[in-house]
Structures are given as C-alpha cells and as structure tokens.
Design a protein around this ligand. Sequence first.
Ligand code: SP5
Ligand code: ZN
Length: 341
Amino acid sequence: MLTFFSEDSRLRQARTELHDGALVSPFECPERVDLVLEQLRQAGFEVRAPDAYGLEPVCAVHDTSYVSFLETCWQAWQTAGHSGEAIPNIWPARTLRQDKIPHSVSGQLGYYALAAETSICEGTFEAAMASKDAALGAVEYTLATGEPSFGLCRPPGHHAAFDQFGGYCFFNNAAIAAQHALDAGRRRVAVLDVDFHHGNGTQQIFYARNDVLFASLHGDPDVTFPYYLGYADETGAGEGQGFNLNYPMAPGTSVATWMKTLEQALSAIKTHECELLIVSLGVDIFEGDPISAFTFKRDDFIALGKRLAEAGLPTTFLMEGGYAVEEIGVNVVNVLQGFEQ
Ligand code: SP5
Ligand code: ZN
C-alpha cells in the first residue's frame, strides 16, 4: 500500500503539553512518525511525498479567519512578549459573550481553542499544512486508482472543528480529504473513526450534511476526552439526520465487543451507499497506550485491517492518534497489512 508523508510534518516540535496539571513533553511528538516510517519500510511499503495543495482545500471545511489565526498566532504570541508556547487560559465559556473575537492573541487563543493541552509553537502551521497534504495525496491516489492508500498525517486532525483546534489537531485531515473526494465527483463518503477519542471535529463539520456519513467508535465521553461530544444520541441535524453515528464504549471494553460494534458501523456504511471509505486511524486503542483505555493487542490490529477490507470500498487510511511510541509503528502496519491480506 502506498503511503504519503511530508517531511515538513516534523516542523512542529512542541515542548509543552498541559497534562495532569503539569507542563510535560507532548505525547504527540515527531518521533511518532519515525516509528511508523521504520515499520513501513521494514514491511516494504513505498513512501511518497505529496504535492503541496495550498489552502483552498483547507478553507473548504475550515473558517478562513481560523486558518489565518493559526498562520499568525505564533508570531503574534511572541510579539506580545510571552516566553512559553501559546496555550489558552480563558474561553468564551457559557456565562461569557460568544459573539466577540478579541483583538489580543490571548483572547483569540481561547476563542479558537477547544482544549488547553495543545500548545501552538514555531512550525505548528507548517506541520499542519504538511499533514493535510499527506491526506490529500493519499485520497487523490485512491480516487485515481481505486487502490488503498495511507496518509501518514502528523499532527492528527479529527479533533479540529470548523474554527477550533485542540486534542493535538489543527486542520481536520479526514474532513479535508472527504470534501476533496466530493469535489472530485464522489456523491457520498464515509468517514470511519476508530481512534480511541471521539472525532468531535469531523462530526461537527459534517453534522448537518448527508454527503458524508460519520461513524465513530470511541471511549465514552462521559468519562473521557473530549467529554462534550460523542454521545450516542448525536445522530445528525436537518438533512444530516441519520448520517452521524456514535458508538461510545466504556474504558476497558474488550476487543470482541469493539469488533461487534464495528459491524454496526460497517453495516450503516453499506446501507448508505458510500463510494469511498476514509478511516481515521488512531492506534491509541492499543492496550499499552499511555492516555487511552481500550485493549487492542498487536494482532488485533491485523484483524481490524482484514475486516475493513471486507467492506469492499476504495479506502484511504489517515493517521490520527497513537502514543505508545515503541508499538505505534507495528500497530499501524498491522492494520495496513491486514487490509491487504
Ligand atoms: C488525536 C488524539 O488522539 N488526540 C487526543 C487528545 C487527548 N488530549 C487529552 C488527553 C487527556 C488524557 N488524560 C488521560 C489520563 C490517563 N491516565
Ligand atoms: Zn485519540
């Protein structure tokens, strides 16, 4: 299977993540891609650099003011004299006004952020651009050939909403790729999100639409990030009613239960006549993941890939989460090899 990866993904080298009340070295680090690339090469997968697609496909699903904010935030933060990385500490919370975008970068950070663990630092915008280019290269290849592909996207994307970053995500790579497929003439695309965390950004972007079916298996948001979206009663709005499917599961859920739940999602994808499958591939469902709580073992990822192949659709995999760094490469390659078996 062909992989698309841009070296510029490494340009984000954040030093700080707010975790457990302390600033720690981020879980979402550039070493993640080294481990995946190493395993891909060992397995004989070809890795190709994507074209640069510019901002047009980004602005097809994101707010242009949000995109400009991401592009200028780090410079503005430094100009304002802050010494650390840019981290929000105030939001338009429920009791404050929702209709003001303050001029100050500190005010804008809260407006455009949905979580505080993710800093903005030098290279963040450039890495986000590289990440969505990998997604676009991969999906274009699948659209052109019908063959499966893998976009090694870093930073990940599925938490990024129309005008908000967070959860280590800035541009929603899966949404950008799905929209690109629609713009290329596909009538309906499925995004299947298997990351441990609910893909709140992808859900929000397509919530009122019926041309993208979003299905997500994830840790119950009642007890896990992102807490405020991802419940089973979120089924879509207006024309999009019935095109959003959430399958929250308790921490510690067995792989057998997870795989049974996957059947429900795949059956919906079949019924809704999707022409392309985009898999938001988070391997943080691994039992050893440091911030997640599902129980996948290495070989379970092979079974997952195999089952996804049986859906019989042109398929593009896009990298999302996965943080147990020593295992991340093996787990990703197991999915892709399982798919090809
Ligand atoms: C793409 C992706 O996987 N993003 C995940 C972002 C999660 N950020 C917040 C993590 C909070 C983890 N707390 C877990 C405590 C486990 N002991
Ligand atoms: Zn995740």
